[in-house]
Design a protein around this ligand. Sequence first.
Ligand SMILES: [Zn+2]
Length: 213
Amino acid sequence: MEKLSKICLAALILKQARCCTTEAGQKKRAALHVVRGAAALAAHDPGGLDVLSADAAVFVATLRRENRTLKRGLTDPRLFDGIGNAYSDEILHAARLSPVQLTSRLSDAEAERLFRAAQATLTRWMDELARRFAAKFPGPGDITAFRSEFAVHGRYGKPCLDCGDTVQRIRYAENETNYCPTCQTEGRVLADRSLSRLLKDDWPREARGVVPD
Ligand SMILES: [Zn+2]
């Protein structure tokens, strides 16, 4: 058997290719489960809504089920399927909404705009990445949460691609949310540390307890 790289945790060895699973994060939170049958697999599904096949009414009702920040709501896998830190930043920027706006304060028009932005952003990137890797299997450096064409995510201190204002951030634990003041918060720069403190109960669950009091 051929030798696998040290960072390979599990490998699927197929006829013409080898798919290696790695965990690049410092926290080592990834897990692999082997299950048998659809029911056993379903037990691993947190139940989030598939935004691409949902209609606006269901999306908005799901978003309003709990009162929390838009950032937290969008990235909760129990509410929505497959929206992580990077794409939630891009969706909120496309919708021209603040990451810390509360779902209870969202108008119907804003909620509808967020739905359209979520569908458009996810569709755009699914198509783009499928096109990019149609003829080339993703290699080192291709699997990343940072893409140079992102409007705000991973662009702290750099110009917003739409308006040129400087992209800002709110840090919590090892994550950060990026946003553009001009496009999303009526020009306001949100206080980083105090906001983390104020909203610490509304950050993603795994980050709780590590935000400074
Ligand atoms: Zn902007």
